[in-house]
Design a protein around this ligand. Structure first.
Ligand code: TXA
Ligand code: MG
Length: 318
């Protein structure tokens, strides 16, 4: 069983030896390995049971180090990076030969991010290689936002979980690419569309698609809890599904029809950042309740609400 702790030296030793360590970031916990070590990267795919066509994000701690494994950084990407990193944003960049094909699933681009978390930034500064790290959950399940979430699902498969507390942002990073004239957002996430547009102007948002080969993480059912989740107007859903054997996931309202222990409000005050922070742990808690269905509603579609709604829609897909 994995040890949970905050021993950076131990984490460094394991990673340097080719082992995997779960690391905290401000978005979700990552399952990290040496990005330059093909065997370590192969182990990430095996532990996650992730298909090899779904590429990984490479994490580092300075813009300088990124030039070690990329071939070119477009000016607009540079501008966004300098203003947003460390932060919940992943940028797709042309890679060089130092990155194994397995990391990028053979693409000639690599996804890069400088995460905003003191422990992981410190760890990255101690390493002479970047860390490939997908979210530390089995493929297709909800991403972990605490060290315990990681231990619950992957505890048998890794030696060490670096405990950085509860993730502040709570949803995965926003992914943006500069391969087209107008930058393309592949995944809505912890950095809002509004914030990105304020910095670089117009962007294109790729439609949700299970056949988009560019970002397989956009697979429709990618963030699913094990229980069936139905999305819509809560009152209508209760009429359709009844009030027995159901749990509720709401934005801020409490519903008298359902026992208090069977419902979670994402943010009683209606704060979208708080809703994002609570989303995945709420889904995990609801998944453990003695009910058959989860009835959920979307939140206002602005700011971090877009990422919350995106995850809810994927979770609702059958
Ligand atoms: O917040 C996050 O991004 C977390 C933390 C640990 O950093 N990581 C994360 O990784 O969510 P993962 O593997 O669960 O999602 C990575 C996404 C996938 O959807 C993958 O398809 C996309 O990044 N991706 C990776 N490389 C890509 C590339 N070269 N082009 C397009 N998409 C890429
Ligand atoms: Mg993931």
């Amino acid at each position: 069983m994995a040890v949970i702790g905050a021993d950076l030296q131990r984490a460094k030793e394991l990673l340097s030896g080719g082992d995997l360590v779960a690391i905290p970031t401000e978005t979700v916990y990552g399952l990290a390995g040496n990005a330059y070590n093909t065997a370590a990267v192969a182990r990430i795919f095996a532990v996650k049971q992730r298909p090899s066509f779904d590429p990984l994000i490479v994490h580092t701690d300075t813009l300088d180090k990124i030039t070690d494994f990329t071939s070119y950084i477009p000016a607009a990407a540079q501008q966004l990076a300098s203003q947003c990193w460390p932060g919940p944003l992943t940028i797709i960049l042309p890679r060089n030969e130092k990155i194994p094909d397995l990391v990028t699933s053979g693409l000639d681009t690599v996804a890069v991010r400088i995460p905003h978390h003191p422990l992981s930034l410190k760890l990255l500064s101690m390493l002479d290689f970047p860390l490939a790290a997908p979210s530390a959950n089995p493929f297709g399940y909800i991403s972990p936002t605490t060290a315990q979430h990681v231990a619950d699902q992957l505890g048998d498969d890794l030696a060490y979980i670096l405990d950085g507390g509860r993730c502040e942002v709570g949803v995965e990073s926003t992914i943006i690419s500069f391969e087209a004239v107008i930058p393309v957002v592949y995944r809505l996430g912890g950095m809002s569309l509004e914030a990105i547009q304020a910095l670089i102007g117009e962007v294109t948002l790729t439609p949700h698609s299970s056949s988009n080969p560019q970002a397989p993480g956009m697979l429709q059912s990618h963030y699913a809890p094990r229980k069936n989740l139905f999305l819509g107007n809560i009152s209508t859903l209760m009429q359709e599904h009844g009030t027995e054997n159901v749990a509720l996931l709401t934005f801020k309202e409490f519903y008298d029809e359902i026992d208090a222990s069977l419902q979670i409000q994402l943010s009683g005050e209606g704060n979208l950042a708080e809703a994002a922070q609570n989303l995945f742990s709420a889904m995990r808690s609801l998944d453990k309740l003695p009910v058959i269905k989860i009835l959920a509603e979307t939140v206002p579609d602005e700011g971090l609400g877009r990422a919350v709604n995106d995850r809810l829609r994927r979770a609702a897909a059958l």
